[in-house]
Design a protein around this ligand. Sequence first.
Ligand code: SF4
Length: 334
Amino acid sequence: MQSKFGLETSTRVCGVCRESQPVYRQVYSGVSFCASCFKKSVEKRVRKTISRYSLLREDDRILVAVSGGKDSLSLLKILAKIEREYPRASLVAVSIDEGIPGYRDEALRLAADMCRRLGVEHRVYAFEDLFGISLSEAMSRGVLGRLGLGACSLCGVWRRKAISLAARELKATVVATAHTLDDIVQTYLMDILRGEFPKAPIGLRREGNGIIPRIAPLRLIPEEEVVLYAYLSRIPFQEIPCPNAQNSQRDLVRTFLAQFESRYPGSLFAALKTIESGIMPREGGLTPCQVCGEPASKAICRACELESQVSSLLAEKGRLLGANIGVDDVQSID
Ligand code: SF4
């Protein structure tokens, strides 16, 4: 008998060790795994992904972006294990505090606990310190509404920028993110639905143009397997989703792809392969942003563009308040 995520309750033996009782049936390959063989299989596939795409070097200083969720904590645990075998490599974990009350605080605590257990340095960077305003404040003060943006649109751009700033400050040579197979196919599909074919493969090491490369060692591991890995490894992770995630574009695409994969196993791998085989390498492209110096596809990067728009709106509000207009009048401009 098989549950929603392929968890097995039958009494057959593990298809790898032929001894223990299986806990998971990998529907797309037909192989059943016991808990121990499943965890080894995930770790082995991450190692193979790193080697197949040359994602890491022996002397890398690796920044791991850790949100406190199952994906990033699983990645951190696996990379910490691998890093111990390479004395010239080092790891630093970075969490971004966007300022989402009731959500991010617990995630940051879980991330800090895990780093302490693994002996990995942990740093936290807050939107408020980097950009002068937290995400919740930008929402409550009506800034997002005025810019016509959803929370994730601002958050996603600033999170990316925050990680880049952290990587420069901490002298990282590579940034590892916990994007899974599902995340990557979702992003490609979102690009396509917006009318743009993906310009570059996600999570593969690309150097040059002053970029600190970003890699995704979980890019060939389906999301449900990362969840199971975290459970079986007894990794405490934040289970509640971000309150802003509902009804986002990604949420719609995620639901569709999960249903499709459940009915037609292997579709996510097929989509990844087909889309990436059609990506044409982009010529040149990136130049330093005129404001922050980070590589950008335009004169001013999107993060700096948003920072400037947000501070203009806040200054406008400040001027109105200074002119003694009532708070209600000010709020009505939102
Ligand atoms: Fe930010 Fe959206 Fe992710 Fe929440 S779901 S952390 S708002 S990008």
